[in-house]
Design a protein around this ligand. Structure first.
Ligand SMILES: Nc1ncnc2c1ncn2[C@@H]1O[C@H](COP(=O)(O)OP(=O)(O)OP(=O)(O)O)[C@@H](O)[C@H]1O
Ligand SMILES: [Mg+2]
Length: 279
C-alpha cells in the first residue's frame, strides 16, 4: 500500500529521518511510535508528499510518489496540528475540504461524516467553540471527505479525554474494518497495543524494530514478574519463564493466590528508546 525506501531528511545539521524503510500493508492499522522529536511527523509529511525527502523513495499503491496530486488523492491526512477554521462551523469546514477535492455529492458526504464522528448535533456551531475532543474528531473527518484508501493520523488522540479517545479508537477500528489502511502515531502505548496490527518504533529518525505488539514484546519486553501470595505475604519473582515459575510455586504448596505481570509495549518502548528525556 505505502512503501518508504531508505528515506533521509535533513534540516541543516539536524537529521530528522535517517535511512528509514517501511512497508505498510493494505488493510492494516500500522502504528508509528517514538519519543518527541523521533521523526514521526516528518515521516508522515514525507509519506503524504507534503515534504520532499532529502533522499529515498516513497510509493503509494504502486502509483508513484504522493507528491503528485493524482497519487495524493488516495490518502487522507489528519495532521498533529489541527487544521480547521475556527470561524467556520463544523459543516462549513468539511464542505470547504470537500470542495478542495472536488467531492461529488459533498453535502450528503459531509452529513454522513458528521454523523460518523458524532458531531451532527453540533454541525452548525463554530469550531472555535469546540472542545479539544470535538476538534480532534472533526480533524479526522476532514481527512476522510474524499474517501481515501490510506488514512494517516498524526496523534489523533492528543489532548482529549478518555471518552473522546475511546470514540476515536473505535472509529479507527471501524474504518479499518471497512477496508481502510491506517497509519497511526501516538505516545500512548496502550492505545497502540489495543488497535495496531503492527507497530514500528523509531528514534532519532531511525527504525529500531517493527512487528506485531506481541512479537515486539517477545523480542524486547524482557522478564515477567510472578507474584506469589501466601496468606499475607507477597513474593515477587522476576523470570523469563513465567509458566514454569507458576508451576514450581504452585507445587510448593501453601499458595493462596498467584498472578503474572507480563511485559507490555511500554517496556519495549523504554528498552528500545532508553529513558533519557528529549528536548
Ligand atoms: N521544518 C523543520 N525545520 C527544522 N527542523 C525540523 C523541521 N521539522 C522537524 N524538524 C526536526 O526534526 C526532528 C523530528 O521532528 P518531528 O516533528 O518529525 O518529530 P516527532 O516524532 O513528530 O515528534 P513529536 O512526538 O514531538 O510530535 C526534530 O528534531 C525537529 O526539531
Ligand atoms: Mg509529531
Amino acid at each position: 500500500m505505502l512503501t518508504l525506501r531508505d528515506i533521509c531528511k535533513t534540516y541543516g545539521s539536524i537529521t530528522a529521518v535517517d535511512a528509514l524503510s517501511l512497508e505498510v500493508r493494505a488493510g492494516e492499522i500500522f502504528g508509528l511510535l517514538g519519543p518527541n522529536g523521533a521523526g514521526k511527523s516528518t515521516t508522515i509529511a514525507i509519506a503524504t508528499g507534503l515534504v520532499a525527502p532529502t533522499s529515498g523513495v516513497v510509493d503509494l499503491l504502486s502509483l508513484g510518489s504522493p507528491s503528485q496530486a493524482s497519487v495524493r488523492r488516495h490518502l487522507g491526512l489528519a495532521p498533529q496540528e489541527i487544521t480547521l477554521y475556527g470561524e467556520l462551523t463544523a459543516r462549513e469546514n468539511l464542505l470547504f475540504f470537500a470542495s478542495l477535492y472536488g467531492v461529488a455529492n459533498a453535502a450528503a458526504r459531509v452529513d454522513s461524516l458528521l454523523q460518523l464522528v458524532e458531531l451532527d448535533a453540533r454541525a452548525k456551531s463554530r469550531v472555535s467553540t469546540f472542545s479539544g475532543g470535538m476538534k480532534r474528531r472533526l480533524n479526522l473527518a476532514a481527512a476522510l471527505v474524499h474517501d481515501p484508501q490510506l488514512l494517516l493520523l498524526d496523534e489523533p488522540t492528543a489532548g482529549v479525554d478518555p471518552q473522546s479517545r475511546n470514540r476515536i479508537l473505535e472509529l479507527v477500528r471501524t474504518l479499518a474494518a471497512q477496508g481502510k489502511t491506517i497509519v497511526y502515531t501516538t505516545h500512548y502505548m496502550e492505545e497502540a497495543a489495543r488497535i495496531c496490527h503492527r507497530v514500528a518504533i523509531v528514534d532519532h529518525g531511525r527504525l529500531l524494530d517493527v512487528g506485531t505488539p506481541n512479537e515486539l514484546i517477545a523480542r524486547h519486553g524482557g522478564s515477567s514478574v510472578v507474584v506469589v501470595i501466601r496468606g499475607d505475604a507477597e513474593l515477587r519473582v522476576v523470570t523469563v519463564d513465567p509458566a514454569g515459575e507458576v508451576a514450581r510455586q504452585l507445587s510448593s504448596g501453601g499458595v493462596t493466590g498467584i498472578r503474572v505481570e507480563q511485559p507490555d509495549l511500554e517496556a519495549v518502548f523504554l528498552k528500545l528508546t532508553g529513558r533519557s528525556l528529549r528536548e
